[in-house]
Design a protein around this ligand. Structure first.
Ligand code: TQI
Ligand code: CA
Ligand code: ZN
Ligand code: ZN
Length: 483
């Protein structure tokens, strides 16, 4: 029954416990008494002893086995990892763990870190010799899909640059103070949601990674690690993916166990359900105030409006705009006043109806029509489109060539205007995110190119596939003007 490891622990206890001065580092007489220490020992022995199975540990293991065990237990319960029997650690140990209760067993990290947005980028930055890159990509994609099917989260693959979730296979010491330990032991680790290392997921390159069962199955371990990267700590439910024991999972037809689904939905809500207002993405927040002289390659560059005119794409920002020939990468900056004197500056939105050869520009409660770069007549009231009177300004507009509808974005909502019938469609406004999964909050600009809708929101441009009904790529807005 007793594993050799537990025996050694008890032996260590028996010899080290007698003289008070030789109390193990884990034990501090200011935070617990000797009775607590024995109780803790018994608890750790019962729940945190290894029995030849792959178990948690190395990431938090300490200088002696008791400290290590306490740290392991603290990490398991999402407590502060001190290796000491402090108050909150004793509290958890004293909580009865009888049988397998059918209540929620998932755990979140302390402070409940989570991603403040729904579209997360990921990138496999370093591969492994154990598997082909395509197999790794597939396992990673399936591992993420396990979580995106249960939540409103969307994962978008990046091939370069800094992604939210940076994935890599690493050897030994790899610069994050959690060195890997060679074959077996620690297999992988992931950082809880946050900036920098947050969300990053590392796999021990010394393991034999596999798409099958001969070695550690990458999908199985990746799916577990992504749970951590999204904000889940370990579960006490043995059937959970977040239960800290390795069990091979077949990627095809994998469904997230109930406990994990409950856990991740506590953070992000579920996929179909109407939006949980507390999880409005932060990227929708205001873009920073800018100086009049727009720096073209500022990485936080956002746009005011984007439209096609003829064969060119036009990007408006403050008093400037950039012209980009659809095919050519050649981008030329100009000032708005030189080409469009009446517009002055700071356009809210723009779109073109190519069939009519007309483009429309919006600024506050007015709009202008142009033929090519020639303004037609004087400004007209926005209300002519049939907006309710409280709409005095729009955020973005995009004309959809196939349906001949123009979508107008205002805050979290959008309207649809029928260009053929020349009237606003009924049943609007609708919530942006309800119709465009992964797109939410304030849109700065939108444009349809080659059947995709590009939504510009702050420094990011989201490529939305209208067939798949999902975001398929996220790039920096400034990359559109050659940055
Ligand atoms: N790596 C640990 C893990 O991901 C790292 C870790 C230890 C940890 N304590 C933690 C992470 C507390 C977050 C919170 O669990 S591991 C499994 C298991 C590992 C273990 O290499 O031990 C899996 C990686 F135990 F579930 F099989 C993946 Cl699936
Ligand atoms: Ca290892
Ligand atoms: Zn690491
Ligand atoms: Zn884990």
């Amino acid at each position: 029954m007793q594993s050799p490891h537990a025996f050694w622990l008890l032996f260590h206890l028996a010899v080290s416990v007698r003289p008070l001065s030789a109390a193990p580092a884990a034990f501090s007489t200011t935070t617990a008494n000797w009775k607590d220490f024995y109780a803790a020992q018994e608890y750790l022995d019962k729940y945190f002893s290894k029995e030849g199975e792959q178990h948690i540990g190395q990431m938090v293991a300490g200088d002696n086995p008791i400290t290590g065990k306490i740290k392991e237990m603290q990490a398991f319960f999402g407590l502060q990892v001190t290796g000491k029997l402090d108050f909150s650690t004793m509290e958890v140990m004293k909580t009865p763990r009888c049988g397998v209760p059918d209540v929620e067993n998932y755990r979140l990290f302390p402070g409940q870190p989570k991603w403040p947005k729904k579209s997360l980028s990921y990138r496999v930055a370093k591969y492994t010799p154990s598997m082909s890159n395509a197999e790794v990509d597939k396992a990673v994609e399936m591992g993420l899909r396990a979580w995106s099917t249960a939540t409103p989260l969307n994962f978008v693959k990046a091939n370069d640059g800094e992604a939210d979730i940076m994935i890599s296979f690493e050897n030994g010491d790899h610069g994050d103070s959690y060195p890997f330990d060679g074959p077996r032991g620690t297999l992988a680790h992931a950082f809880a949601p946050g900036e920098g290392l947050g969300g990053d997921t590392h796999f021990d390159n010394a393991e034999k990674w596999t798409a099958g069962t001969n070695g550690f199955n990458l999908f199985t371990v990746a799916a577990h690690e992504f749970g951590h990267a999204l904000g889940l700590a370990h579960s006490t439910d043995p059937s959970a993916l977040m239960y800290p024991t390795y069990r091979y999972q077949h990627p095809a037809g994998f469904r997230l166990p109930k406990d994990d689904a409950k856990g991740i939905q506590a953070l992000y809500g579920s996929r179909q359900s109407p939006k949980d207002k507390s999880t409005v993405p932060q990227r929708a927040a205001q873009t920073p105030q800018r100086t009049p002289d727009t720096d073209q390659c500022d990485t936080i560059l956002s746009f005011d409006a984007v439209t096609v005119i003829g064969k060119e794409l036009l990007f408006f920002k403050d008093r400037s705009f950039w012209r980009r020939q659809s095919q050519l990468k050649d981008v030329k900056p100009s000032s708005i006043t030189s080409s469009f004197p009446k517009l002055m500056s700071n356009v809210d939105a723009a779109y073109e109806v190519a069939d009519k050869g007309t483009a429309y520009f919006f600024k506050g409660p007015h709009y202008w029509a142009t033929r090519g770069f020639r303004m037609q007549g004087s400004p007209r009231p926005l209300s002519e489109f049939g907006f309710p009177s409280h709409v005095q300004k729009i955020d973005a507009a995009v004309h959809l060539k196939d349906s001949k509808k123009t979508l107008f974005f205002i805050g979290e909502d959008y309207y649809s205007y029928d260009e053929t019938e020349k009237r606003m469609e009924s049943d609007y406004p609708k919530n942006i995110e309800d119709e465009f999964a992964g797109i939410s909050g304030k849109i700065d600009a939108a444009e349809e190119v080659n059947g995709y809708i590009y939504f510009f929101s702050g420094s990011k441009a989201y490529k939305y596939d209208t067939e798949k009904e999902e975001v398929v790529n996220v790039v920096k807005s400034s990359s559109w003007i050659g940055c």
